[in-house]
Design a binder for this molecule. Structure first.
Ligand code: URA
Length: 431
């Protein structure tokens, strides 16, 4: 083959054969296919799509560019431990992994969460956990296995040998306007998740202003594509479509999200965070064949015990005070009204502007930075009442962010005819 011929095939709306895809992915990792050729191909794929067979082979080729993890030997008390993994396509205030991983692990299921860092307006699970003094994201393979057998949950950074073709391709897509392709997103996410080697996978596919997928039809197509990819390789995969038009919970940032996750683990916390944590936990437990109600483990402290063990196993002090911001400012309602919307994208951008996220991979994030909301859709506010408090390190970051917070809030003068209700879980996709 030649790269140019294969680019022409996709440009003209044709399909690539299995050997052609293997050759392309291998050639790209080895450097025989140049960056500019892969960029042109990615654009042709974004414009013309890939069929199911192409996406499936593309995913397998990216998995085969690296190592697959194997958890089949995990044992506790002589019994094989089932493994279940969760993936979210990314949102604002999405701290669900923090309470979810220990909650599911508290039921005797191993949860290996290989997670990422934030880029752009969505946060990263590792950045959030690094707000905990001492906590380390780097866990070697032996510790990963040991921690799964003892504690049951690990949240850590993925090693470089997990789908390296995807790492290279994702970096290229980020700078060539080719991220927003369902075929490329589905194969990117699923190559990493399948290589992680869990028995089952639960996907949280976000929909709305704060998500990649702005409408339900696109989110459903992405979910169906990913569920099919998992099912093809015998990883039991289900997906929930969930709302990301409004941030999850009240806290958006790093340390403040850890604090909110701990509230959930203590049996309290915002109702939307609790609802989604329990919905995903039920999916994960069902996939592992466990017939128990996860709400019990939030009430009786088992999930909190597992959280503390998980944090301590990675060097963190679960009882330490979390970093506090040097500068805080409270944004207040400009007039009386009813909150009918809090735009997740604006709030995510605000948290980013405060230092909670990064613009380039090598940037450092501020643990103490973030936005804490005081009013959510449905709340009635009086003029001067707090809408949100911003947390950061320097006053100069605050000004532009305050405007974003005002933009994020939609206030109406009159009580809406129907109550402002949020449908958090919009759909479920199974094979
Ligand atoms: N997350 C990924 O891992 N890959 C994508 O392509 C998009 C989001």
């Amino acid at each position: 083959f030649t790269a140019v011929d294969l680019i022409r095939t996709k440009r003209d709306g044709g399909a690539l054969g299995p050997e052609q895809i293997d050759w392309l992915i291998d050639g790209y990792v080895q450097g025989r296919v140049a960056e500019e050729q892969m960029a042109a191909l990615a654009m042709a794929i974004l414009l013309n799509g890939m069929d199911r067979q192409e996406i499936s082979r593309w995913t397998t080729a990216m998995i085969d560019s690296g190592q697959r993890m194997d958890f089949s030997g995990l044992r506790r008390n002589g019994q094989r431990l089932p493994t279940v993994d969760k993936h979210s396509t990314g949102g604002v205030g999405d701290k669900i992994t923090l309470p979810l991983a220990p909650l599911v692990a508290a039921h005797g299921v191993a949860v290996p969460q290989l997670s990422g860092r934030g880029l752009g307006h969505t946060g990263g699970t590792l950045d959030k956990l690094e707000a905990i003094p001492g906590w380390r994201a780097d866990v070697d393979h032996d510790q990963l296995l040991r921690q799964l057998e003892t504690v049951g949950a690990v949240v850590c950074a993925a090693g470089g040998d997990l789908a390296p073709a995807d790492k290279k391709l994702y970096a290229l897509r980020n700078v060539t306007g080719t991220v927003e392709s369902i075929a490329l997103i589905a194969s990117s996410i699923m190559s990493k998740k399948i290589a992680e080697g869990a028995d089952a996978l639960v996907l949280d596919v976000k929909v709305g202003r704060g998500a990649f997928m702005k409408d339900q039809a696109a989110a459903r197509e992405l979910a169906e594509t990913m569920v099919a990819l998992g099912t093809d390789v015998s990883v039991a995969t289900t997906a929930l479509l969930t709302d990301m038009s409004t941030p999850l919970g009240f806290a958006v940032g790093n340390a403040c999200e850890v604090a909110e996750a701990q509230d959930v683990l203590a049996g309290g916390g915002p109702s939307d965070v609790v609802e989604l944590t329990l919905a995903l936990a039920r999916e994960m437990l069902a996939a592992a064949g466990v017939d128990e109600d996860p709400a019990d483990a939030l009430r009786d402290g088992r999930a909190m015990d597992t959280w503390r063990a998980m944090i301590a196993a990675q060097g963190g002090d679960p009882h330490a005070d979390l970093p506090q911001a040097a500068v805080t400012e409270t944004v207040t309602a400009p007039r009386d009204g009813v909150v009918t919307g809090v735009d997740a994208l604006e709030i995510g951008m605000a948290a980013w502007g405060l230092g909670a996220g990064r613009a380039r991979k090598e940037d450092r994030v501020l643990a103490e930075a973030g936005v804490v909301l005081h009013a959510k859709p449905g709340d009635t506010v009086r003029q001067g009442q707090p809408l949100a408090t911003v947390h950061t390190d320097t006053a100069s970051r605050v000004e532009s962010v305050v405007q974003r917070i005002h933009t994020a809030y939609t206030l109406t003068n009159t009580q809406p005819e129907r109550p402002v209700a949020r449908d958090l879980i919009l759909g479920r996709v199974v094979a």
